[in-house]
Design a protein around this ligand. Structure first.
Ligand code: FAD
Ligand code: NAD
Length: 449
């Protein structure tokens, strides 16, 4: 039997949840279709568990680095219990009930689009005026000889593990690799981090990668750059990765942190006029429209694979379905890696601004040399801020910070870039003393523009 709704949301990660909630609030009849757990990758295997297990090490660092306080010890068993609570013990019964009570048609099935306005979800056919594709992304595991012989994990096994391995080889040194190395090393796991290029976090300014490497090495992580993985093999209980240069890396597990690919294959998308890009991402316009009455949001669009972007696109698509005209605009959206200390960036890198033909000047500030907060915060203060300024338009176009709480105070730069706030206004802003925010004024003092 077919069921008719106004909007069918295919995939209930953070993007799908925001879109569905907004549409239901506006009185639309919504079908929410999810084949695993309502909440998606973020809630169970990615953002939420990773940030939950990173918090105890962060708190311990704060204690170790602040004057006059001591004695913080990590406890994995309590951490993993709290992590399990945060990921709802991989049970979405509460979410299913919540959406049903709010009037949604909740379908827990694998779904595919079978024609315009038509979805097959298990035995059930849904007829919908609008379809929102919010199917997210999968972990990419590179084809590797001997893969079946090693204990290979992705974020899923890592962030639901009950007991931790004694040692781990992490392949991939960007957001997932750096966060996972931070988490595991702090809980006493011997970590080797293999990054194929010359630097970590390779989408950001080179200094960001340098600093990330420095802090990981200080935490005891064996960071190997330009590491080209050749094959895997088993040696007793251990998993061994052989590298092109003849060296090896050995661990109880090998964790692949080598990127994501959009979940767009075999779901009938192309049959209804949806176009896929070269990486399989669903192509969308600036209102997240993928085809007539079909919308796509979140990781499946490949625009910026972050939860805050999936949620933003969910708001944009819902508004468009309700007749709004707001367009998505991606300037000034922050990118934070929750390392130790936090690694935050926003806007353009120097390389991107050169490519765009902008005339820019950059500066880097050692926070301890310039402001008070690092000294009141910890005994041996760390932290750096980099700014990139367009000298013609006299606005900030890029910023990065590797420092305590950087994921919080990067939002000052985020707003400045997004709203193109004139440098003169930024220079006139008065930050609370003593806060990390004062670093912006100190850095701008070094810039002639
Ligand atoms: C380890 C890790 C840590 C991360 N940490 C952060 C972080 O701290 N902050 C941040 O902003 N981002 C983080 N991310 C990225 C973030 O997880 C994603 O950007 C976010 O989950 C994307 O949301 P989404 O709604 O597009 O998709 P998803 O969360 O992937 O959800 C998509 C849903 O669609 C369902 N689905 C797929 N196909 C079908 C189908 N055919 N039928 C029915 N249902 C289907 C899936 O089961 C899934 O539940 C992290 C990622 C990883 C891997
Ligand atoms: N805090 C956050 O917001 C957060 C945290 C984790 C992940 N995420 C998001 O999730 C997505 C996935 O993150 P990710 O770090 O897995 O992917 P990524 O695509 O950002 O980085 C993958 C890294 O692995 C390296 N790599 C790829 N293949 C390799 C190989 N064979 N050997 C060695 N190195 C290899 C690449 O050079 C790259 O640096 C990202 O887009 C990220 O934005 C966000």
């Amino acid at each position: 039997m077919s069921e008719r709704v106004d909007v069918a949301v295919l995939g209930m990660g953070p993007g799908g949840e925001v879109a569905a909630s907004r549409l239901m609030k506006a009185g639309k009849k919504v079908a929410v279709i999810e084949r695993e757990l309502i909440g998606g990758e973020c809630a169970y295997w990615a953002c939420v568990p990773s940030k939950t297990v990173l918090r105890p090490p962060e708190a311990q660092t704060e204690v170790q680095r602040a004057a006059g306080v001591s004695g913080a010890e990590l406890n994995w068993s309590e951490t993993s219990d709290y992590r399990d609570y945060m990921i709802r013990n991989l049970n979405d019964a509460g979410q299913v009930e919540g959406y049903s009570k709010r009037g949604a048609l909740v379908i827990k099935e694998d779904a595919r689009i079978t024609g315009p306005g038509r979805i097959q979800a298990g035995e059930q056919e849904i007829l919908a005026e609008h379809i929102i594709i919010a199917t997210g992304s999968d972990a990419v595991v590179p084809p590797l000889e001997g893969l079946e012989d090693i204990t290979a994990w992705t974020n899923r096994e890592t962030y639901t593990a009950t007991s931790l391995p004694g040692s781990a080889v992490i392949v991939g040194g960007s957001a997932v690799g750096v966060e996972t190395a931070t988490f595991l090393s702090r809980f006493g796991v011997n970590v080797t981090l293999l990054q194929r290029g010359p630097r970590l976090i390779d989408r950001e300014d080179p200094r960001v990668g340098e600093l990330a490497k420095h802090y990981l090495q200080s935490a005891g992580v064996d960071v190997r750059l330009n590491a080209v993985v050749r094959r895997g093999r088993r040696d007793g209980g251990a998993s061994v990765i052989e590298l092109e240069d003849g060296s090896t890396a050995t661990g109880d597990v090998v964790i692949f942190a080598t990127g994501r690919s959009p979940r767009s294959g075999g779901l009938g998308f192309e049959d209804v006029g949806v176009s896929l890009g070269e990486h399989g991402q669903v192509l969308v316009d600036d209102q997240c429209r993928a085809a007539e009455n079909i919308w796509a949001i979140g990781d499946v669009t490949g625009v910026m694979p972050f939860t805050h972007v999936a949620k933003y696109q969910g708001r944009i698509a819902a508004e468009a379905i309700l007749g709004g005209t707001r367009k998505a605009f991606y300037d000034g959206i922050p990118r934070v890696v929750f390392g130790e200390p936090e690694i935050a960036a926003v806007g353009l890198t120097q390389q991107q601004s050169d490519h765009a033909g902008l005339h820019t000047t950059a500066t880097e500030l050692d926070l301890a040399d310039a402001i008070t907060r690092p000294w009141t915060y910890e005994k041996d203060p760390v932290g750096n801020l980099g700014l990139l300024v367009d000298t013609e338009a006299k606005v900030l176009v890029g910023a990065w910070a590797v420092a305590p709480l950087a994921g919080e105070w990067i939002h000052h730069a985020s707003l400045a870039i997004r709203a193109r706030i004139p440098l003169d206004t930024l220079r006139d802003q008065v930050a609370q003393y003593p806060t990390y925010n004062e670093a912006y004024l100190a850095a701008l003092d070094h810039i002639k523009a």
